[in-house]
Design a binder for this molecule. Structure first.
Ligand SMILES: NC(=O)c1ccc[n+]([C@@H]2O[C@H](COP(=O)([O-])OP(=O)(O)OC[C@H]3O[C@@H](n4cnc5c(N)ncnc54)[C@H](O)[C@@H]3O)[C@@H](O)[C@H]2O)c1
Length: 262
């Protein structure tokens, strides 16, 4: 849960230094809120910091509150911040609701699942004069920062083509992913590939002009159908590459690969 690993520590820090006052956290039910409250690391690192859970922890653990976030947002004074850290398919509705209530929005990646939804959010944010930020924290990984600096110093030459790959361990498919990572909701390129498209922009400053994706369906252990493999191709503005193969000055031999990850 990204709120536990990343967002709440950041918000607690901002609360500790006086930038953030009250923190309300809304979840579908009480178990994740209870886990946050009982996380011993928070008690050690942020002994003074607190949040208000919605629903309250007295509610039964199996009772769900899918619409409660609307009440929590409606109760906020205008000009505060709604941090959207729910499953991808919910981002659009929550971000729009927050903007309609005159709140700024910080949303984890991917902002939304459709381009038109992003345009709609941009338009409403401009009308309301509110900020919408999308959190791509991989930009702040040391390796990304080193690559960005190296690129700026000309150490890599001009970006022409690259390759990124992520293959998760087999046991992942037994996790909660199998309940929501289904064909009609999302896919691996949207979920994780967006980081690499974003990182190319972050490192090189180049914006993609086209992204195409191909999906191979499979089934999770519980029978849900999902895109278990999702190769994608992003194109950037054409650049000139004056060599077939590596640069004359580059180290490296011929490289080839035919892989079949199972
Ligand atoms: N940048 C990254 O590296 C990174 C890493 C992990 C996750 N994420 C993103 O963070 C988001 C959340 O991922 P996660 O792994 O924390 O997911 P998760 O399944 O743990 O869900 C997060 C929370 O959403 C709550 N929720 C679900 N439906 C709700 C509703 N109707 N109302 C209120 N709360 C509701 C759940 O109770 C849960 O506590 C996703 O969009 C994911 O793409 C980003």
């Amino acid at each position: 849960m990204i709120t536990n690993h990343l967002l709440l520590p950041s918000l607690y820090h901002l609360q500790r230094i006086g930038i953030v006052r009250k923190i309300d956290i809304c979840a579908l039910n009480t178990p994740p809120l209870k886990a946050l409250k009982e996380n011993q690391e928070f008690h050690e690192a942020f002994p003074e910091q607190v949040f208000t859970p919605h629903p309250s922890l007295g509610e039964a653990p199996d009772k769900e509150f899918p619409e409660l976030y609307k009440e929590v947002i409606a109760a906020m004074a205008p000009g505060n911040v709604v941090v959207v850290a729910m499953p991808d398919p919910l981002h659009y509705a929550v971000a729009m609701d927050a903007l309609q209530h005159d709140q700024h929005v910080l949303c984890v990646k991917p902002l939304v699942l459709r381009y038109e939804q992003a345009v709609e959010i941009e338009k409403l944010a401009a009308e309301k004069g509110r900020f919408v930020g999308v959190e791509y924290h991989k930009r702040f990984d040391l390796r990304s920062l080193v690559a960005r600096r190296g690129y700026a110093l000309g150490q890599f030459g001009a970006f022409v083509m690259g390759e990124a790959k992520l293959i998760e361990p087999y046991y992942y498919r037994f996790s909660n992913f199998q309940n929501w990572f289904t064909c009609e909701r999302t896919d691996p390129f949207t979920y994780i590939g967006c980081h690499y498209v974003d990182l190319v922009y972050f490192i090189t400053g180049l914006k993609p002009i086209e992204v195409s994706v191909y999906g191979v369906k499979g089934r999770f252990p519980n029978g849900n159908e999902a895109y278990l493999r999702r190769p994608g191709c992003a194109r950037w503005p054409p650049r000139t590459a004056n060599a077939l193969g590596r640069k004359r000055s580059a180290i490296g031999r011929s490289e080839r690969c035919l892989a079949n990850p199972r």
